[in-house]
Design a protein around this ligand. Structure first.
Ligand SMILES: [Fe+2]
Length: 244
């Protein structure tokens, strides 16, 4: 997605103009990977590898077999992403994804939700430059009612993961560690986020999409949705039911 660069906008003004803010900028939702084995399905059906976090090594080997230099680039990220694009709409991965929305996300929200039906899988191979400069989704989507769903299928930290600012308009981006089995839910319309050059030695395979209350159009509904998600996850964590 083309995004407006941070330097081009008044970052602190964005969120301020939008009115009341959610209780927190982001929250982590944990789920059971035995029930939703996204990584195993991707490894089996799409990439034909056992270790998604080692995809960069397989790509390097592929390049070597074709007499190409080992250095990876953005083209390699796209080439691997295209492998997912060849999957049919009713592929096992998408059935699992829709099952997750039906059985985990929608009950958590407690109301009908709209969500992206076939979002793009993102690949950030170790050894490649940033795949997304720092931005705010609202500048592109113009959808103040939406919040962000970001699920990695490899354990990511440091330069392999998403970077968020600590508060609206701060611009002090730091990496958010997210394990496979967790979804980062964050206020990406207004909270700056992006990625950096991946020098971690770990490839990130992730899926990101935005969701909202069905028929929502306003920022107030987006804030209400974010607060609802935070409250339900906090309550479950307090009950020692971290795994949904
Ligand atoms: Fe974004």
């Amino acid at each position: 997605m083309a995004a407006q660069a941070l330097a081009e906008i008044d970052r602190s003004l964005l969120a301020r103009e939008a009115g009341p803010l959610p209780q927190r900028t982001h929250v982590l939702l944990s789920y059971d990977t035995a029930r939703f084995p996204f990584a195993a399905v991707l490894g089996r059906d799409v990439f034909r590898v056992h270790r998604l976090d080692r995809l960069h090594e397989y790509v390097r080997q592929h390049r070597a077999r074709h007499g190409r230099a080992p250095r990876l680039s953005a083209k390699d990220n796209l080439m691997v992403c295209d492998m997912m694009a060849r999957q049919p709409e009713d592929a096992a991965f998408w059935r699992l994804y829709h099952g997750f929305m039906l059985r985990i996300l929608a009950p958590l929200v407690g109301r009908g939700i709209s969500y992206t039906s076939h979002p793009k899988l993102r690949i950030h191979l170790s050894g490649t430059s940033s795949v997304s400069s720092f931005h705010h989704d609202i500048c592109v989507t113009k959808r103040p009612d939406q919040i962000n769903f970001w699920a990695p299928f490899t354990d990511v930290d440091g330069t392999a993961t998403i970077w968020l600012e600590s508060d609206y308009g701060k611009g002090d981006f730091t990496p958010v560690p997210v394990r496979y089995g967790q979804v980062l839910i964050f206020d990406g319309g207004y909270l700056g986020h992006g990625s950096v050059d991946n020098v971690s030695g770990v490839t990130r395979v992730s899926l990101d999409m935005r969701f909202s209350y069905k028929k929502a159009t306003t920022r107030a509904e987006g804030v209400s949705l974010m607060n609802r998600v935070i409250q339900v996850i906090d309550a479950k964590t307090a009950d020692d039911e971290e795994i949904l």
